[in-house]
Design a protein around this ligand. Structure first.
Ligand code: PEP
Length: 258
């Protein structure tokens, strides 16, 4: 039986004080009213707040995680003269457990290629970080009816190149680009249809057991109003949440809906 996962992607939002308020607010509220058993919460703040987030996410000994901690990106090289980059090893050494790789904003604004994403996924795995690999089609691609081909290609060029033992540590987030930050959520039918398609591809590529055990998330204007319905779909194992993760009350409602 798969768990549910609710992951918050803060993107480039909040300053230190606001981050502290949101992170410790989340901590207090989850201590007061924990999420349902079988629900993992992951918070992905900007890099400068990872340390703060680690303090909020863990118990006094720094061992048990009340919620997990992810970065929003990592470098595609191990270390060295890459001014401004942040390596997977640095992220892992701060107590992070996950890293988002291949978000559509990184693909679009920073021109990240599948080759780079493959390097990033490997570096994440080498450093025992769980990659949350994002895939998604544009509106134009959906309107042309090529969305299934686009998703297949994005997976084949990166995560399907992994060995079975590596792939089983990856979370996939299907995020249609036309739904991200637009308020235009995919219907439950569209989300379920694509995630069932992805699970089928995993079965063909690896095995039925790996497909059954894989975590597939939906992302794109998922909020406190539509989360319960989306999460009730059999192949939707939770959500990657952008805007609604910046508001404590909304994020908590999504967590409790899972
Ligand atoms: C995201 O950026 O991963 C995302 C899903 O954003 P939003 O929820 O704001 O659409």
């Amino acid at each position: 039986m798969r768990k549910k996962i609710v992951a918050g992607n803060w993107k480039m939002n909040k300053d230190y004080t606001e981050a502290e308020e949101l992170l410790f607010g989340l901590k207090d509220r989850l201590i007061e009213k924990p999420q349902r058993d079988g629900v993992d919460v992951i918070v992905c703040p900007p890099f400068p707040f990872l340390d703060l987030a680690y303090d909020a996410a863990t118990d006094e000994e720094g061992e048990e995680y009340l919620f997990y901690l992810g970065a929003q990106n990592c470098a595609s090289t191990e270390d060295g003269a890459y001014t401004g980059e942040v390596s997977a090893r640095m992220i892992a050494s701060m107590g992070a457990t996950h890293v988002i790789i291949g978000h559509s904003e990184r693909r679009k604004y920073f021109k990240e290629s599948s080759e780079q994403l493959f390097e990033k996924v490997n570096l994440a795995l080498d450093n025992e970080l769980v990659p949350i690999f994002c895939c998604g089609e544009s509106l134009e691609e959906r309107e042309k009816g090529i969305h299934f081909d686009v998703i297949r290609k994005q997976l084949e060029e990166v995560v399907f190149k992994l060995k079975e033992s590596e792939f089983s540590n990856v979370i996939i987030a299907y995020e249609p680009v036309w739904a991200i930050g637009t308020g235009k959520t995919a219907t439950t039918e569209q989300a379920e249809e694509m995630l069932a398609f992805i699970r089928g591809l995993i079965k063909d590529k690896y095995s039925k057991d790996i497909a059954e055990d894989s975590y597939l998330l939906y992302g794109g204007s998922c909020n406190d109003k539509n989360a319960a319905e989306l999460f009730a779909c059999p192949d939707v194992d939770g959500g990657l949440i952008g805007g609604a993760a910046l508001d404590l009350e909304k994020f908590l409602k999504i967590i409790y809906a899972a």
